[in-house]
Design a protein around this ligand. Structure first.
Ligand code: ATP
Length: 240
């Protein structure tokens, strides 16, 4: 479904991606793990059209998308949930969710209601809080809202940037459970995480990014057993 080949991206003189290649198949969960500054966020920003690559190609179902603008890419079914729970604090939960449909071509009222219902099934707490303002939600609830808004675009591929960042352990479990539920309904997911242990337990395959290069790629179960992975990313979590 998604194929990234030899992708290079820069911020001025800073080369953040130095020729990465990866794929996501229909209905798959793939994770991209790596330390701070490895280039994970830049990868997602390039895939969703917020940043144009300097070299390399991105294809979705065989069609090049690497020169398209973000609106067009959303319309093709790729939805990006950025890092940092970017909800609109001055809008209600309901308004935040409805904004998720903006990229869709004239969705009918009934289809929006159906999608809201589906989102509320995934996140019952959002239904209870639908009339509250974004700023009134806790960190975990804001993360749910950010993912829920991403789902309102009806994506075939969801790009998730650090959904577990800064959440209490019980909420981290809940977020990963929701990721599996979204995937079970047929949405492919590219999951960027610093929590490599949880990400690899959730995904079927994984890529490890270090300073703009992919240094390891394999089945998630194999990466969980990999000696280099254990030393660099998993030590504390596995020993604990
Ligand atoms: P984090 O978990 O901290 O978000 P990351 O793996 O997502 O890390 P990126 O944010 O993609 O990493 O950053 C990759 C590199 O690009 C880093 O060296 C970072 O300093 C640099 N970088 C990121 N954003 C910018 C920017 N707006 N301007 C200049 N350099 C940037």
């Amino acid at each position: 479904m998604l194929e990234v080949t030899s992708l290079t991206a820069s911020y001025g003189a800073v080369r953040a991606l130095k020729g990465i290649s990866l794929t996501v198949a229909e209905g798959e969960i793939v994770t991209l793990v790596g330390a701070n500054g490895a280039g994970k966020t830049t990868t997602l920003r390039t895939l969703s059209g917020l940043l144009h690559p300097s070299q390399g190609t991105i294809t979705l179902d065989g069609h090049r998308i690497d020169r398209m603008n973000p609106e067009k890419i959303v319309r093709l079914g790729v939805s990006h949930v950025p890092e940092g729970r970017r909800v609109f604090p001055g809008l209600t939960v309901m308004d935040n969710l409805q904004l998720g449909t903006v990229g869709r071509a004239r969705p009918g009222r009934q289809s929006i209601l159906d999608d809201l219902e589906r989102t509320f099934t995934l996140f019952p707490v959002l239904k209870e809080m639908q009339n509250r303002m974004g700023w009134m939600l806790s960190g975990g609830q804001q993360q749910m809202l950010a993912i829920g808004r991403g789902m309102m675009a009806r994506p075939r591929l969801l790009l998730l940037d650090e959904p577990s960042l800064g959440l209490a352990p019980v909420l981290v479990q809940q977020v990963f459970k929701t990721i599996r539920e979204i995937n079970a309904e047929g949405t492919a997911i590219l999951l960027v995480e610093q929590n490599a242990f949880m990400a690899l337990r959730t995904a079927s395959r994984g890529y490890v990014l270090e300073t703009g290069r992919i240094v390891l790629e394999d089945q998630a179960a194999t990466l969980l057993d990999d000696e280099r992975m254990r030393r660099a990313y998993l030590g504390a979590k596995i020993d604990a």
